[in-house]
Ligand binder design. Structure first.
Ligand code: E4P
Length: 223
C-alpha cells in the first residue's frame, strides 16, 4: 500500500520525505490556504520536493475552467495529478484531460457509484472521504470495500486513494481491504510509528548497556 501525505506544509513534507516514507502528496484548497504565503510557490516547491504523484486541485467548477486550470497545473511537473471534484463537469474534464495524457484524481467521493463513474470516465485515482462519512454516522470504510469489489470485478486501472483519514485505525482498515493508497495528515503518520512499549523497551536496553561499561560496539573480531 502506498502512503501519501495529505498536506501542503513543506516542513512536514520534507521531514517525512527524508525518512523515505512518502510515495506522493495530496493537497486541497483548504490545506493550501492554511499555509499562507504564495500558493503557487508552495505547489511548485511540493512538486519539486517529492518524486511521486502530487494532486493539485482545480478551483473552477465549469468544464472549460477545469480544463484550463488542469493544463496549467500539469505544467508544474510531470508528477502532477489534477484533482477535480465529483461533478458532471468534473467527469467530463477527466475524460478530456485524459485524452491529453493528463492524469486526474476525482475528489469528494462519498459513494461507490460516484467512484464507479469516475473510473469509467478514465480517472487515475478516486478519493473516497472516509472521515467525513464517519462524521455523519455512516461507515466510511464500507464505501472503500464496495469500491474495491467493483474495481476488481471490472479490472479498472483506477487506484483507490483513501482520503479524509483521521487516525491510524483507518490505515489498518484500508490496508486490510487492499486499498491502493492512503493519504495521511502528517500527525497520523507520526502516530503510526509510535508505540509506548517501543520507547520503554529502548530506554531499558540503553540502561542495561550502560552496565556493560562499554561505549558503542567496536569491530574487534575478524569475520
Ligand atoms: C484528500 O485528498 C483531501 O485533501 C483530504 O483527505 C480531506 O480530508 P479532511 O476531511 O480531513 O478535510
Amino acid at each position: 500500500m502506498k502512503i501519501f501525505l495529505d498536506t501542503a506544509n513543506l516542513d512536514s513534507i520534507r521531514k517525512y520525505n527524508d525518512l523515505g516514507l512518502v510515495d506522493g502528496i495530496t493537497t486541497n484548497p483548504s490545506l493550501l490556504a492554511k499555509e499562507g504565503g504564495d500558493v503557487e510557490d508552495i505547489m511548485v516547491e511540493i512538486v519539486r520536493t517529492v518524486k511521486g504523484p502530487i494532486s493539485l486541485e482545480v478551483i473552477s467548477t465549469d468544464f472549460q475552467g477545469m480544463i484550463r486550470e488542469g493544463r496549467t497545473l500539469s505544467k508544474y511537473g510531470k508528477n502532477v495529478v489534477v484533482k477535480v471534484p465529483m461533478t458532471p463537469d468534473g467527469l467530463k474534464a477527466v475524460r478530456a484531460l485524459r485524452s491529453e495524457q493528463i492524469r486526474t484524481n476525482v475528489t469528494l467521493i462519498f459513494s461507490a457509484n460516484q467512484a464507479l463513474l469516475a473510473a469509467k470516465a478514465g480517472s487515475s485515482y478516486v478519493s473516497p472521504f472516509i472521515g467525513r462519512l464517519d462524521d455523519i454516522g455512516d461507515i466510511g470504510m464500507d464505501v472503500v470495500k464496495d469500491i474495491k469489489t467493483i474495481f476488481s470485478n471490472y479490472d479498472f486501472e483506477c487506484e483507490i486513494l483513501v482520503a479524509s483519514v483521521r487516525h491510524p485505525l483507518h490505515v489498518i482498515e484500508a490496508a486490510k481491504i487492499g486499498a491502493d493508497i492512503v493519504t495521511l495528515p502528517p500527525d497520523v503518520l507520526g502516530k503510526m510509528m509510535a508505540h509506548p512499549l517501543t520507547d520503554i523497551g529502548l530506554a531499558r536496553f540503553l540502561e542495561d548497556w550502560k552496565k556493560t561499561k562499554s561505549s558503542t560496539p567496536k569491530i574487534t573480531v575478524e569475520r
